[in-house]
Design a binder for this molecule. Sequence first.
Ligand code: ATP
Ligand code: MG
Length: 324
Amino acid sequence: MLLEVRDLHVEFRTRDGIAKAVNGVTFGVDAGETLAVLGESGSGKSVTAQAVLGILDTPPGRITGGEIQFQGQDLLKLKEQERRRIRGARMAMIFQDALSALNPVLSVGAQLSEMFTVHRGMSKKDAKAKAVELMDRVRIPAAAARAGDYPHQFSGGMRQRIMIAMAMALEPALIIADEPTTALDVTVQAQVMDLLAELRRELGMGLILITHDLGVVADVADRIAVMYAGRIIESAPVHDIYKAPAHPYTKGLLASIPRLDQKGQGLYAIQGLPPNLMAIPPGCAFHPRCPMAQDICRAEEPPPAEVDADRGSACFYWRETLDA
Ligand SMILES: Nc1ncnc2c1ncn2[C@@H]1O[C@H](COP(=O)(O)OP(=O)(O)OP(=O)(O)O)[C@@H](O)[C@H]1O
Ligand SMILES: [Mg+2]
């Protein structure tokens, strides 16, 4: 396995108290596999990604437990300098907002070239040629002519392509994309997502794709992990989850996707709000919003149940949910 995260815990100490953002997350990503991580705002998706990359805001954030194994190394035992060497070269991140992730005062060609001069010791001339080649590869029109342009001179979709090029530059084994297309309009979203999927396939990388959008997931992901209140509450191969979710929360999420064949019907929305992470409800964190909740759900935290060899649900009533 390329990446194995085991029982990860992350807290944020703030003036108002301790926010328990990640509460025992376990998952793995194989080489060449795409894992989609889904969940409402505040469920701990980005914090999990930041912990894996080693870019967590510390303080106020703190990893309070768990293990992150990457290519046979326990990342949490490495020094910052060693983590930095892994970042970019062996794992890379694609952010939602390219404009703030890219350097505004450096041309995109220079930023891409730097990857090769700094990490690969290439000459300036060779690095420049590689930069243009990469821009071509992510289909920036007239790449050679545009290498001297600055980030703000590109459209949102083109900027996102440049960030993908930066992430891919050193051919890392793992890419984490955090809502990579959320800021784009729908047609551009699809193009950027297709490009990402295509490059991932060509380079055989592992990909963690964080998204709110269940619509895009079906086409590109192999597996889905659904997060709620800092836990993975369901994890399964993508087709199994679409066919029959094994957790009421996943079921609610699926029911809230607009479908062309059900025009006119109101969209289902999960009632209530995600919990305050400083006061997560006892038992199952989802119980206050769950249509299936019973006494046991209010009292005990459901252990991960094995639905199938490669499928798990943290619900006492996963069988009933699956059959309903
Ligand atoms: N820098 C920070 N300082 C304090 N608390 C933080 C910080 N970053 C994250 N948190 C806490 O962790 C929680 C989870 O945040 P995270 O960014 O992982 O959510 P998310 O699932 O990525 O949501 P979204 O879909 O909105 O991006 C937040 O609700 C907040 O309570
Ligand atoms: Mg996020």
